[in-house]
Structure formats: C-alpha cells, structure tokens
Design a protein around this ligand. Sequence first.
Ligand code: FUC
Length: 719
Amino acid sequence: MTEALPIGEGALGAMLFGLTATERIQFNHDTLWTGTEEETGRYQAFGDIFIQLDHDKPTEYRRELDIGRSVQRVTYKYRGVRYTREAFASHPAHVIVIRLTADKPGAHSGRIWLSDMHDAKVVARGSRLIAAGQLPDGGMKYESQLQVLNSGGIVHVGTSPAGPTDNVLAGVPGTEKSVLPQTYIAFENCTSLTLILAADTDYVPDHNRKWRGEDPHGQVTQRVDRAASRPVARLLADHIADYQALFRRFRLNLGTTAPALAALPTDRRLIAYTREKTRDPDLEELFAQYGRYLLISSSRPGGLPANLQGVWNDRNDPPWRSDYHSNINIQMNYWPAEPTNLGDLHRPLIDYFVSQVPIARLRTREDKDYGPNVRGWTVRTENGVFGGGSFSWNPPGSAWYAQHVWEHYAFSQDKAYLRRVAYPFIKEVVSFWDDMLVRRPDGTLVSPLGWSPEHGPTEPGVTYDQMIIHDLFTNYIEASEALGVDAEYRARVAGMRSRLLQPKIGRWGQLQEWETDRDDPKDEHRHVSHLFGLHPGRQITATNTPALFEAAKVTLRARGDGGTGWSRAWKINFWARLHDGDHAYLMLRNLLTAVNNVGTELGDGGGVYPNLFDAHPPFQIDGNFGSTAGVAEMLVQSHEGYIHLLPALASAWPDGKVSGLRARGGYEIDMTWQGGKLTSATVRNVNGSGTQVRYSGRLIPVTIPRGKSVILTPATFSR
Ligand code: FUC
C-alpha cells in the first residue's frame, strides 16, 4: 500500500508491485462488499495475480507510472535480455491488461496464478483461469477471469496437488499468509505474453432489487473474450484516448524544478523535499495531478464512488472498513472533481447518495432520536453500499451530501439535472431540518443533538450542525430560485435560515466549536469541523463576515499545522479561503512529507508514502483528493458569486500557468502569472449567464456569449 503503484478504470483497480522474481498484481472491484441493509459491511479485497519469472537481481531496473497516459511500466535487464512490462486499466474495455515483452525471442518462462481473496476454487479453461464464488457474509456473487495469451513458445495448464512447493512468494510483500491455488498456467519460451483480467459482482445499486442483479459470469466472460480478440495496440490506444479526454482538461505549471533534482526517482525527491526543503514545483504539480489521476481511476459514471482507499484496498478487514465516512472523508474525496474539470466524475457520488436514500429514510424513522413522523433522512458516520450505516449518527450528514448535489449544478448549470435530481434531493433534506430544528423561546433555531466530529459533548447548537444547515438552506434557496419554483416554501426556509443560532467568537478570539465558550487554545484535534462555513461552505467570507473570518484564523492557528493526512489537506483549503497563499502552501508541504510508517494506529503523523498515497496513517485517499482541491482553491475561487483570480497564490510559485479550471456559474479559466502577478486570464463561458471577475481587490462584470471567451489582463482591472 505504500510502494506499489495504482491503476484503475473506475470500478476495477489494481496495485502493481513491479517485482521481477514473482510479480504481484493485487486487484479490486468497487462493488465487492460484505454486509446487508441491516448491517454495514466491509469493502473487500478481490484477488491477486502472481507471475513467477525468477528474474533475480536484474540490472538497469526502472519502474514508472505515467499519469499522462495512465500506463505503468517496468523495464530491466536480466542475463543480457531487456525485459519490458506494461500495464493499464481500460475503462472502454473494463479490463486490466498486462503485457510482457523482451528484446530477444523466447525469453519468457514461468508460471501465472490467479488467486482469490475469499478462497474461491480456481479452475482453468484453456489458457484462462477462473475464480467464482459467493461471499459468506451478505451473499454477494463475484467472479474474476484471467486470460493468458502468448506469442512464441507454449502455454499450458499445470496443477500441483499440494500447492507449489518452491518459494514462489518469498520476497513478495503482504503474502505471508497467502496460499497459492493448485491450478496455474505455465509458459515456456514465450516471446511475449498478454494477460487480460476482468472481475465483477452481482451488486446493483437498487434496494428494490435487493441490491442484486445478474450473476457476473456472463459479463466477465464477455469482457475478457472481447479484449482478447483485439490487438493490444488497439486496446492501449483506446485506453489512452479515453483517459486523456479527462486528464487533459486541466493543466498546471507551477514552475520548473532544477534538472538534477528532477532526474531523481520520485521517492528520493520526496525525501529531499521533506528533509532538505528543496524547491520542487514539478513534484507539487505531480501531486496535484495525481489526485485527478486517482479520481479518474476510481470514479466513473455508473460505478460506486471512491471509498476511503479508492479501489486500492488489500484487506478483507481494512481500516475503518474502507467505507464511506460521512463526517469529512467521502466529501473530501470529491472536492477536486468540479474545480479541476472532472464534474462528470462527481456523478458516482451523487448516484450513490440517491441509491441509499430509501433505506436511509427507514433507518432514520426507526430511530428514537428522530421518530416515525420525521420527514427526510440522514446518515450515520460509517456507511456501506446497502443503505445502512454504523457508528454514531451524523445528523447533518445528509445536508453535507446535499452540498455536493448542489455544487454539481453550481458548476455545470445543468438545469435538467437540477430539476430531476438535485432539487428534490435538497428539498427532502431541508424538510428533515424543518422537522428537527428546535425553536428556543427567543425564536433561535438549534439542531437538538449535535456532535462536533469526533470531539466534545453531544449537545444542542453545535457549530458544525448549525453551519451545515445554513449551507443547506442557502443551497435550497438558490436552487428554488434557479428553477423558479416553491416561492412560499423558499420564504419559509429563508426565515428559518435567519433564525439559526449564529457562529460565535469566544474568549480568546476563536470561532467557537460549541455554543458554550469551552474551546481549549492548546487543542490540536484533527477535525476542524466548526470551520465548515469557511470551507467547503460559504457562510464565512472576508466581505460578508469579517469578524468571523478573523476568528477562523485564530482557530486555525491554534489547531496547528500538523494532523492526519486529510486534516492537513483540509487546512490547505482553509488557508486558501483565508486568502493566505503562503500558509496554504506550508500546509501542502506539510502534507507532502515523506512517511514510511506502515502501522495502522490512529495517529496524527500524516504525510505521504513513497507512492504518493496519502498517509492518515495508514493509507487513506481523502488527503490526496483534498490536496488537489486545495491547489485549485489557491488559484481560483468562485464561492462568493464571482470568479476570484489568484486569491491565494503562494510566493513559492511566482511564475506559472493553469488551464481548464472550472468556476461556479458555468465558466472555465486559463491563466498565466509572472512575478506573483496575473499576466492574462481567459474566461470561457461554457454554460453560464453572466458573471463578475475579481482580481486583486477589483471586481468587474463580464458578459460573454455562451461558448465564447474573453481575455482579461491586469489593465482590465485597473480601468
Ligand atoms: C474520521 C476521522 C478519522 C479517520 C476516519 C476514517 O472519523 O476522525 O481520523 O479519518 O474518519
């Protein structure tokens, strides 16, 4: 989890170890979950491919993940032969392809296993290995198939009754308890090999169908058959075209790294960056783009959203079940989607929410805190894929979900989506708070039973709840205005919003986490939930709430510049919203800290592993996504009803260039800057209807016909 490199096509993901004696390819499918509607399950690891090559002590070894093409490559020399191995996960074909080639004919001999994480029996059909089974917990059916194609030499099925006796797995990390299946495919003197893997389950995101669809056998067979009948070069070209159509929408240049430093392997650069405080803008760019790479690889329309580990979990009892945590984590995963031009990849999250609602409604009404008559629904902190959840209730969880549902409209301005999906969703959650808010004698409205995650007492009026409800009401008001519907109810919601208990400033100038002024200035708790209104909310801004804006800084300074991975990532976003680019940059550096700790203890030693996976620790993908969003937030903001160019540019990035940043209101921005100042900005109207653009304290109205763009320069803002 710390050194292998991830690939994925959305649903099917794999970690590639890059070994030469026996290679390990650990794979997952986003739907393989235990659990039921009654009991939240765990995300499961699917299986492994092992390729025994016995190439011990190779020379000229190089391992790379090219995120510009989404191709992983290993190359080395062994006994005078140059070997090359390429792997990619194709979304158009829904398969993983691994290709082994060499510069001499007949140079590949060895064995291949397909191994299942739930001990399904592996059978061979021709040169295809098949593992089909059913999870004991929850009953989900699943299947994986691996086709081995060769040119030159021969391949044949082999069995070893007692399992292989030699040390095939010696030196393969994480296989201490693994037992290889008896059936394998042997290859002898092959010139090249192509491996094609598909895997799936019978999960469907629909409680009416009891979450079950067809047995996956047909689909998996067809995917492997189809891919196997096509030239690898075609599969690769289709994959790259599909991937780049997403990846290339957003480009970033934060400066140039010195050539000697840029020549180092990434893990070494990371160590130098941590210890010697090197200036390495290319590494920062790579890290920002890596978040997008991981989102494209783990979140495609039609599939489930990225969980705590994306689709890269290697255990059946993963940390926090590798689940959907509703009190920051699942949301953070999707912060980069809209601003970095991957709005369509936000849909798996929204579709997931929608699929869970029927059961969430039932569970909410069954609970004594809410009662059988409450309208709407909310969620617990830990959530699976069958509607239910576990651990404490997270009362404003559904309202936070609704923010994502709204933001997808705010960026896209897609009215049909707003009408059909977003508006009914947001309105139902509003009705939950319409029923739940408690009115005090002075008319103030409070959430009755809040818990600031995961910190302090359960009590009324917790700032986290109040701010998220404020955000929900604001989003509802704007949604109903955009559709021109429900004017009366809108007025009622506006009235409720104005009576919500407001955020307070406490005795040391801090923004209070609770209604009672009990915040401890020495408290460095990882959650900073009471700043929700600063980010990702929009209640606290320099212009509208200057005193709260200052109080947020006091709070954030006291909380410190450390924390778990995701906590550091959130702080990048907070400081960007506070228009302090240098502090945001400091937080980015603090997150980009080399961590080699592979333990699973809860700690606040956040950072990144050699493979640039975010360390909670252990690996948790939210920090990767949150930091990508943070970089975007430093360059453009649009939560105040206008487009703000370079609101929090770091002095470490004096010269740079970005293209394809998206802004709320349906706009897209390209920018260049020099010496810390904007040189030009292109604002494209993708689907908007008029906006304003701010740079350096000046706000100007901009009208651009749809599909057209304007170029703005510093002169535009000085007129
Ligand atoms: C939240 C956090 C933990 C961890 C877990 C998955 O509850 O408090 O730090 O990130 O989610």
